[in-house]
Design a protein around this ligand. Sequence first.
Ligand SMILES: [Fe+2]
Length: 248
Amino acid sequence: MAKRKTTKAFKPYDDRSQPTRSIKGYPNTLRRSPAKFYPRVVSLADVTGPRFTAAAVTADDADLSRQAPGQPRALGQLITVSGRVLDDAGKPVPDCLIEIWHANASGKYIHHNDPSPVPEDRNFRGRGRVVTDAQGRYSYRTVKPGGYAVPDDRPGDTIGWWRPPHIHLSLFGANFAARLVTQVFFPGDPLNDADLILGRIPDKAARERLIARYVPRTTSNSAEGDAPLLFSHDMVLRGRFETPFENR
Ligand SMILES: [Fe+2]
């Protein structure tokens, strides 16, 4: 994890570090984001209401690479993504529920709205959940998703756009109302620079906060059998170093 300076005074994020509402050539974005800014006051129920804990998930929920323990694993490159969820002061956020979903290694989602003719993978679980521990740490195992061609058959669609491999994430912070949605990408992929979703974040440093870091293994591949590639990715819920979120 990269070290950074922190200050006591809260400094909100710069608008350029967050995605723009609309994307030229991707009309769907206008339907998926609010037309106006609606300030919301945090209520007493938000603060005192139920919170997620580790009891909300099982160990199996952290493995998207197979349907259940002992079952065959999905096709593709096995990976583990680990990191921490932090607040604006760099302090860990415990008991943060992270929901995870992505396409299979061929670039196909388990969803009826995915019209692509790309092969499905019956062994791929496709979604998972983890809860951060007392140090804000999380980890999940899956297969590296494939990129996919974005349908471009409607007026205004960008022709020939491919999404780079990415993982969708939803985080619940301090309360149920504090849900944030984001994506994580993989380093070195040639599709990253051309992606309209990643490119809608004006600030380069903020875009790079969405790209996971490859972590060289320090343990034997042989000892682990089907050894995963390791990636690290920290997420910051608010402040100057806030992770770019889609539902701002
Ligand atoms: Fe996606």
